[in-house]
Write a protein that binds this ligand. Structure first.
Ligand code: ATP
Ligand code: MG
Length: 526
């Protein structure tokens, strides 16, 4: 008897060792069956596991060829599954001996004795262990007790495997959330080295995850705040903290710019939180990196807007007010010419104000997506001539040339809007060629569209500035910028108008060598 108990202990020990050393639940279950069968002098055994639908399936077998397992299903039916403490004590499967008889005939093996014991986790039945003997020797109460300890081991093994699967599924879900989050996410270890970066952060930093893991935070997240302090330095300062502060759970917020390996910049806001273990040691720092570049640009745009507008509004208002108060001085008598000149300036400056206000309204309309066109047949050569004639009176140093071919076809367009475009291009040509020269406006007829160009011999535009001209409030920083009035809306509006017509607008220029602006409009097709 003592020997028997010792062997049982050895078997159980071997099983628990197997359980902790590998997570393959099948192997553990087989070991349980083998040990139980040997110890009880049994010839066959299997474990059936309960699934979500309360059906039982054989998960592991001993002494039964696998192609025969399906013949044992009569033993798996009507298993009592009600929870409760009483389950294990008085638990039996009804008509078990009779069912064994049926199975034994079907299998063609003289299975004579069976014992089936419940496998419990708490008060939940999770499976049943069955053991068979070919001989007539019945299973004793001792045998049942031995088997019960094996049933417990099997239950624990299955439960472990289930928990592990759950954990795995949970981890996969979490990984997917991290990976596909629109915000950049970075997880640092307790030494401030990268454990994880997600796709969004790969894009922001220009680092590949595989290259980033294991490196120090500052190497991967090369970001500084407005004072030039590295953000990682501030984040990793948490490591100096010896233990978890009372009332933890706080997230900390920092803002700054990431400088990518190629030199480009992304403005970011970083929320970071600290993860502590139960003993109050810092485990991880988790960073949520939000791209705020657009927000920053909007902020910048707003401050440009305010400074440009206030400057541009102030100049005409000051002139109007100056001339008006001079002219109405009661102690002075002005000759007719002076009065006319004063009134001319007042009128001109009012026009400028009016134009500025309409441009601002248009810009906000375009932003709101509501640029409406009133389309009619428009003759571009005639429109260009009208505008040129208006501009001729305002300059004495420029020569204007109209160069449209005689058969230039009409286009279907919004006359008011297109004349706004032509006016801005021609007005720019005048403004940005202060030494004068020839300004030419002409057109070409292509297969599906017409093309119009305006060229000048002025200061030109450096290559690197050319694609920014069409942005709102953008003005090239030349010496002329301060002297020439303008807010940088003309080309922005021109592009919006041309694109609303289905055309394109672009510039060709070299610094110091004049500029040519082109736009196209679709041709009327029958
Ligand atoms: P606004 O048209 O709103 O009164 P603006 O003329 O400064 O002001 P845009 O017409 O949008 O604004 O032009 C943007 C910038 O592009 C100008 O400030 C100027 O620096 C540059 N630019 C435009 N046309 C020319 C040109 N023909 N030659 C050289 N630079 C030009
Ligand atoms: Mg302009």
């Amino acid at each position: 008897m003592l020997d028997y108990r010792l062997r049982q202990r050895d078997y159980l020990l071997a099983i628990s060792r197997a359980m902790t050393s590998r997570l393959d639940v099948r192997a553990v279950l087989r070991l349980v069956l083998e040990s139980a069968a040997e110890l009880l002098g049994a010839d066959a055994a299997f474990i059936a596991v309960r699934d979500n639908q309360d059906a039982f399936r054989i998960r592991a077998a001993y002494g039964i060829p696998s192609q025969m397992l399906h013949l044992f299903t009569p033993l798996l039916e009507n298993i009592p599954v009600l929870p409760g403490a009483g389950v294990s004590a008085g638990w039996t499967i009804p008509d078990l001996s009779w069912r064994l008889h049926l199975v034994s005939t079907a299998v063609g093996l003289p299975l004579r004795q069976v014992v089936a014991l419940p496998m419990m986790i708490g008060d939940q039945l999770i499976g049943v262990i069955y053991v068979f003997r070919l001989t007539g020797l019945a299973f004793s109460e001792d045998d049942r007790q031995v088997l019960a300890s094996f049933a417990d081991q099997a239950a624990i093994a299955i439960q472990n495997a289930r928990l592990y699967q759950q954990l795995l599924a949970e981890k996969r879900r979490l990984d997917a959330i991290i990976e596909h989050s629109a915000d950049g996410i970075m997880i640092l270890d307790a030494y401030c080295r990268v454990e994880v970066i997600n796709r969004a952060l790969e894009r922001m930093t220009g680092w590949r995850s595989g290259d980033a893991v294991g490196r120090h935070c500052a190497e991967v997240l090369n970001a500084v705040n407005a004072q030039g302090q590295p953000l990682c330095g501030r984040v990793c300062a948490a490591l100096e903290q010896a233990e978890e502060p009372a009332g933890a759970e706080e997230t900390l917020y920092l803002e700054g710019d990431i400088v990518r390996p190629d030199g480009s910049k992304v403005s970011v806001g970083i929320n970071h939180s600290l993860l502590w273990d139960e003993e109050g040691r810092l485990l991880n720092i988790i960073l949520d990196v939000h791209d705020i570049t657009r927000f920053r640009q909007a902020e910048e745009l707003q401050s440009t807007f305010i400074s440009v507008i206030s400057h541009e509004l102030k100049t005409p208002v000051a002139l109007i007010k100056g001339y008006a108060s001079t002219l109405r001085r009661e102690d002075a008598h002005w000759d007719e010419a002076t009065v006319r000149e004063g009134l001319r300036i007042i009128e001109e400056e009012s026009d400028r104000l009016d134009q500025l206000i309409s441009n601002l309204l248009d810009a906000s309309r375009i932003q709101a997506g509501g640029l409406k066109l009133e389309l009619t047949d428009v003759s571009l050569p005639r429109l260009a001539e009208k505008i040129v004639n208006r501009l001729r009176t305002q300059t004495s140093v420029h020569r204007f040339e109209l160069a449209f071919p005689p058969d230039f076809p009409p286009v279907f367009a919004d006359e008011e809007r297109i004349s706004q475009v032509l006016y801005n291009l021609l007005n720019n040509a005048v403004k940005y060629s202060p030494r004068g020269g020839t300004i030419r406006v002409g057109g070409r007829v292509l297969d599906h569209e017409v093309m119009v160009y305006v060229s000048d011999e002025g200061i030109g535009i450096p290559k690197e500035e050319q694609n920014r001209l069409f942005q709102r409030f953008y003005r090239v920083d030349s010496g002329l910028r301060r002297q020439t009035p303008g807010v940088g809306l003309g080309l922005y509006l021109s592009r919006a108008i041309i694109e609303a017509h289905g055309g394109r607008i672009w510039v060709e220029s070299e610094a110091g060598k004049g500029a040519t602006f082109y736009f196209t409009l679709p041709r009327i097709t029958e």
